[in-house]
Design a protein around this ligand. Structure first.
Ligand SMILES: Nc1ncnc2c1ncn2[C@@H]1O[C@H](COP(=O)(O)OP(=O)(O)OP(=O)(O)O)[C@@H](O)[C@H]1O
Ligand SMILES: [Mg+2]
Length: 258
């Protein structure tokens, strides 16, 4: 279980302070597919990056299985990060390495022996459905195939938590559906907890059990997805749900300028 308590993070650029997270409180249970939605700049990526401490929070606690990860020393953090993987919108693959090497990379870093790595890479490629692509380079793969490589790489060291930052935003609708089906299958078969951020409502609708809505560094509503979607309270969620139905949304001037 992940419990986020009063998490704050600001950035200072040219003397201007941006409060990206203004005191976030959130509980994510083991095995959930937890969606975080919000407009651009709401603080979604900052929040996600705090969960693996790619971003260091200014204040607050992140309790994972009873321990505050913000207090971890280097060794503890290294251990913790084996349990938390991340996938991205633009895949972040090693372009000069083939599929096999991309997936083998985290296993090599973890110090595994050649035989184990070989067995594990083939197993992972099978799980994500690209066992015939091991010799290909990323540039020869479709977006969906690239994301499958990234997922295989993310799963290499048996993480318990998978963080997804707009993981399907660069994919067409059919490929998006296939990748989401794969993520849901991994959630079910491996018991993987998935935290995903997106501005695509269909993504949340398809796979999330729970959802939180962010506005300007704050969580404005959260809960079981079906319940939250049935009676949306925040302006952001109402607008997102309208746009999902194809309704035209008129933003006021201030919002358009953001
Ligand atoms: N490294 C950084 N340096 C300075 N400011 C940052 C940095 N990262 C984020 N911010 C600022 O923090 C706020 C939240 O950004 P964040 O990237 O978390 O939003 P987001 O919800 O992920 O947006 P998007 O949907 O566009 O990805 C924004 O105002 C952004 O400009
Ligand atoms: Mg982002």
């Amino acid at each position: 279980m992940i419990e986020i308590k009063d998490l704050k993070k600001s950035y200072l650029i040219n003397g201007n302070k941006t409060e990206a997270l203004k005191g976030i409180n959130l509980k994510i249970e083991k095995g959930q597919v937890f969606g975080i939605i919000g407009k651009s700049g709401a603080g979604k990526s900052t929040l996600l990056r705090c969960l693996n401490l790619l971003e260091t929070p200014d204040e607050g606690e992140i309790i994972v299985e009873g321990r505050d990860i913000t207090k971890f020393n280097k060794r503890e953090l290294r251990e913790y990060r084996k349990n938390v993987s991340m996938i991205f919108q633009h895949f972040n693959l090693l372009s000069n390495s083939n599929v096999y090497k991309n997936v083998a990379f985290p296993l090599e870093i973890a110090g595994h022996k050649r035989d184990y790595i070989d067995k594990r890479v083939r197993e992972l490629l099978k799980i994500v459905g690209i066992e015939d692509k091991e010799k290909e380079y990323p540039s020869n793969l479709s977006g969906g195939q690239k994301q499958r490589v990234a997922i295989a790489r993310a799963l290499a060291n048996n993480p318990k938590i998978l963080l997804c930052d707009e993981a399907t935003s660069a994919l067409d609708p059919l490929t998006t559906k296939q990748i989401l089906d794969l993520l849901l299958e991994l959630n079910k078969t491996l018991g993987l907890t998935i935290v995903l951020i997106t501005h695509e409502m269909d993504v949340v609708d398809r796979i999330c059990s729970n959802v939180a809505v962010m506005e300007k560094g704050e969580i404005v509503e959260e809960g079981i997805k079906d319940e939250v979607f049935k009676s949306p309270k925040s302006k952001t969620l109402r607008q997102f749900l309208q746009s999902q139905k194809g309704e035209v949304i008129y933003l006021d001037f201030k919002e358009r300028a953001i």
